[in-house]
Design a protein around this ligand. Structure first.
Ligand SMILES: NC(=O)c1ccc[n+]([C@@H]2O[C@H](COP(=O)([O-])OP(=O)(O)OC[C@H]3O[C@@H](n4cnc5c(N)ncnc54)[C@H](OP(=O)(O)O)[C@@H]3O)[C@@H](O)[C@H]2O)c1
Length: 269
């Protein structure tokens, strides 16, 4: 990677997100598999991922930490306290930690790990296909730059102040599931009306994809696109009027507020 001094990356947690992020960065040539070590509670997972990227499986957390410039922390929030007790023994000030734990602030991570540099990142499941949206925050500019490079390997990156992170978690962190739900509802409607399930799913998914591509490549905002596609007294207007009458917008805003609240609760324990 371009940022000097951060050559060796240690992945803690070879799960969904950690492996997707590292795979993406390797695929784009941002990271070299040979510069990556992996540690997981379940050693076979670390070995199998290490084999896939030509990296190295660390036999212990101590070995991983001692051999890494940056740790990419990709374990579940509830596993952090036990991890921190062990990791704190080996971490040194010159090392950096990039955490993707939902809800956990930079300060909370530093409280657990001691005086290391910390960058907090909130990616999403799009990382699996190189289509993630990741927000990053932190004080250490070098580590922030390194994090931006890594996450650009699996999608797009924005830098935001940390006080936006519970809301970002609600919007883009959890966001893929809302779109899955909408596509699921479209599919269910088609199936109930007699369209074969596979065809109904294709109608829903390709429609979602087309709308996202249009929104991404258009100078118009999403609201403008919606208005343009809604002809007076047409079918789209009939559907949108019903959604508005049933206060879908308000319900959805409450759902997002619930996700942001949950993000805050995760660090309170
Ligand atoms: N999934 C998402 O869409 C998403 C989006 C944004 C952020 N995140 C954040 O990403 C993090 C990881 O989520 P995920 O979905 O990738 O979880 P995951 O698939 O469960 O991966 C976590 C991995 O870490 C392992 N692990 C647990 N404790 C460990 C320890 N002390 N040392 C080493 N490895 C350990 C787990 O092993 P076991 O399975 O044996 O416990 C598992 O293999 C979470 O903090 C989450 O908040 C997730």
């Amino acid at each position: 990677m371009k940022k000097r001094g951060f050559n060796k990356i240690g992945l803690v947690g070879a799960g969904n997100m950690g492996t997707s992020i590292i795979e993406g960065a390797c695929r784009k040539g941002i990271l070299k598999g040979t510069a990556i070590a992996i540690y997981d509670k379940f050693p076979a997972k670390a070995r199998s991922f290490a084999k896939a990227i030509r990296g190295k499986a660390a036999h212990s957390l101590e070995a991983l930490i001692r051999g890494s410039d940056i740790l990419l922390l990709a374990i579940k929030p509830q596993d952090f306290p036990d991890f921190a007790v062990e990791a704190k023994k080996f971490l040194e000030k010159k090392q950096g930690v990039i955490s993707i734990l939902a809800g956990f602030t930079v300060e909370k991570i530093r409280q657990g790990l001691g005086p290391v540099s910390v960058v907090r990142a909130m990616p999403n499941l799009g990382a699996k296909v190189g289509g993630a949206m990741t927000a990053i925050t932190g004080q250490d500019k070098m580590l922030l730059g390194a994090a931006a490079e890594i996450f650009e390997g699996c999608g797009e990156v924005v830098t935001l102040p940390e006080n936006a992170f519970d809301d970002v978690t609600a919007m883009s962190g959890s966001g893929p599931a809302y779109f899955f739900y909408l596509m699921e509802l479209l599919t269910d409607f088609g199936v109930k009306r007699g369209i074969p399930a596979k065809v109904a799913a294709r109608l829903a998914i390709q429609t979602g994809l087309g709308a996202a591509l249009l929104a991404k490549n258009s100078a118009d905002s999403c609201a403008e696109l919606r208005q343009k596609v809604t002809s007076k007294k047409g079918t789209t207007e009939a559907a949108l009027k019903m959604l508005m009458k049933k206060r879908f917008g308000k319900i959805f805003q409450s759902a997002l507020a619930a996700a942001a609240r949950r993000s805050r609760q995760l660090r309170a324990k």
